[in-house]
Design a protein around this ligand. Sequence first.
Ligand code: BES
Ligand code: MN
Ligand code: ZN
Length: 517
Amino acid sequence: MQIRVVPDQPWSVAADVLAVPVFAGDLEGADGEVLSELDRRLDGAIGEYRRLGEVDSQLFRRVMLRGRDLGASWLLAVGAGDGAAFDRRTAYRFAASIERRLAGLHVTRMAIWLPASIARSGSAAAAASGAPPMSLDDLVMLVARGVVEGSYDPATIYRGGYQDAPPALDELVIVASGPDMAALEAAAERGRVIGEGARIARDLANRASNDVSPEVLADAATDLAKANGLSIDVIGPERATEMGMGLFMAVGRGSDNPPRLIVLRNGADGARDAQGRLLALVGKGVTFDSGGISIKPSDRMEEMKMDKTGACTVIAAIVTAKRLAPDLPLLALAPAVENMPGSHSTRPGDIVKALNGKVVEVQNTDAEGRLILGDALTYAERLGATHLLDAATLTGAVERAFGKQVTGAFGTPQPWYDAVVAAGARQGERYWQIPLVDDYVRDMESWYADFQNSGPADGSLVKSGLFLREFVTRPWVHLDIAGTAYMRRATPWAPRGATGTSHATMVELALEGAKPA
Ligand code: BES
Ligand code: MN
Ligand code: ZN
């Protein structure tokens, strides 16, 4: 797909479809005049449909009108809500919902008109929510990202003849004018690359567990590494055992599909980014979580193919970062295992030794994510990481607490947590901080080991963070994406399945390392 950003009048742009936002209230000044001219060129249809209530500002309401005297054959009126609430998250969803509206239609060239006032009101909406103001560059980036992600449909993974996916566009024209058109083009390109990365993450995560084993995930990472010039090291069970990764192996040993610790790197050994950091992205890669011997109830167990989403996200994020900043030093670690019950499985009560020397009692084999992450975090530090960010579908508790729209997050020290959340805010991703309450550490005490991997259910979300904290000595943030990683229902902006959550946060955070402090 070619993306262009043009300062033209929207009616002069040649396209199959021209998407036009419909805000509550009237557009001011020049924007209002442009809208009136569009309406005039449609013989007043926009106004008539709006009076009828068919065209409306309600978010994601999308109505297709015949283009008549336009460069575009069709005009898609898209509800954009209250201008004062049009923040980054809405901008991304607005764009994705436009692309999704085209599902099943014969459209290859789309244009989206972004009135000048959107960035202004978006900026105010952002400021009200504590995020940095949204510039026109940000808006264009989010719109490009949204269109690219909006074209993603997991129904195409296994169904050859599937016809109802959003169309692969040949051309996207973003109609927006700013003082620096080259900067807008660059922003659109950045949005496209981030969107493509999210598609990689979503595509891997959505694949079934009989398709994606740890080995297959490692092969996919290897292919991506080769195609993008990243180094990769894949550690199998023999080496992991020899190195002393007792937590990783405790989970990995129970399946006939052997575990793989996938390590991707950009930059030479010892290299630091322009901020003096070496960031490591670490993602939980449980290709299926049956619970192990502490087996899960069968209800919704099929969702546990999604337990590899954190791994898929970090693999995609380092690829995206490499494409946007080829010289940026960065690490991504994805411990991949299948958590299964069997005669080789770890049993409740087993005692294992972590790579960092700590002794852990596996009280519950279903609290497996924290085990594999523990060793992966230790290993990331051994590889020289100065800063750590992990993403994991770690607890059911986080979804009960925050639902599917907010990712629960932990971190220490606070400035590093704040840096991660600020990077997320610039991409419209939302986090809420969970406290690391030291009082609960004693709930994880064990008679035989330094501590156990779970404890009494009260505060179990906090305890999951406390467990991980035992394996880090550097600035670290943990994102519990169990609620936000996948949707059970489609929305106007996304199909059901993997959402790609936190991919954009990771990329945005990593790219800070491409600018000097
Ligand atoms: N993968 C699950 C968490 C999960 C649950 C993700 C629902 C997505 C949706 C994780 O490994 C798990 O089983 N966590 C346990 C922890 C408990 C045993 C301490 C949980 O949340 O019940
Ligand atoms: Mn589990
Ligand atoms: Zn799990």
